[in-house]
Ligand binder design. Sequence first.
Ligand code: NAI
Length: 357
Amino acid sequence: MVDQQARQALPSERIERIRDEASGLDGFIVVHSTRRGPAAGGCRLRAYVSEVDMLADAVRLAEGMSLKNAVAELPLGGGKAVLRLPTGQFDRVRLFEAFGRAVERLDGDYVTAEDVGTTVTDMTSVRTATMHVAGLAPEPGRAGGDPSPWTALGVFRAMEVAAGRRFGRTLGGLRVAVQGLGSVGHRLCGHLHDAGARLVVADPDRAAVARVVTRYGAVAVAPDAVLSADVDILAPCALGGILDDTSIAALRARLVCGAANNQLAGPEHGALLARRAILYAPDYLVNAGGIVSVAAEYLGWCASEVANRVEAIGPRLHRVLESAAAAGLRPEQMTDRLACTAIAELPTAPGHALRAA
Ligand code: NAI
């Protein structure tokens, strides 16, 4: 999204239209890059209005996964599957079994997992047709299961580093607004509370708000007030695209660091934040804890490997912030540049070069 030139040098390797009339399967699998390893990225199920929308979403998300996996130093490329939500009644098990067969036909070039609209149960259906799936129920002693605790820990470690850089201090006593108290947000609140931060929280789900108010002494604000709350740090943990002209003008936080994907509404909004001296911790660098956990499950790593790699997110952000400052770039530009270089430096595997568009 930011370093367009670097990104355009890396077009998708392979785009598969996937259809199965019997089950209602209708979608795309995009293998953006396999230079670092199998193209990994979740499967999204949504009510797409057109084929063009569906493909555009898949390409954008697959590219994002290549960048995220490269920056996280995982031996994985990037890919994504998007499926159109069938209208009316449909057999979910049959749909995901058919999707599993489509994944299997790619012979390990693409590895799937849950994403928006899909669940562990769906991935269990996929698993009947292919090994190339993660995000299944965890096995004892192995990595896997809900990735959210790892995402929350990675965001917290990144925030410690970013606060040190922006405020020259630890998180104790700083005011942090957490937007969204779902799987990641409420766990992030736990880490922040333990670190002595003062919490301001918002979520349309009243029970989720009540839980963190009671447990962590958080102050609740309305969802439409959280972006302009009087805080030091904003942690977006709900929706993408929340940093736009209007919200940036109203921000009182001096640092943005959270789990949500694609927080910047457009590339120009990174520049707008910088002009207001608001430090932005790039979303896909700081929220990589979840993909580390999913990758570890697929690659058969142990849980301690996941912990080590998630702990590495803070030091990685530190290096990116240092090198961005030295190069006169914004943090998200430097992150994109690192990712694109990490991908482009590797040769395309011979089998993949033949299929490249
Ligand atoms: P979730 O669906 O469990 O929680 C999202 C929460 O945001 C819900 O409680 C929802 O009520 C709330 N919300 C919705 N609109 C809101 C608004 N306008 N203001 C305040 N709160 C609002 O999602 P999860 O898993 O916690 O993920 C949060 C974000 O982090 C998402 O953008 C997701 O894509 C991203 N992410 C999550 C990862 C994970 O491991 N779960 C990994 C990487 C990114």
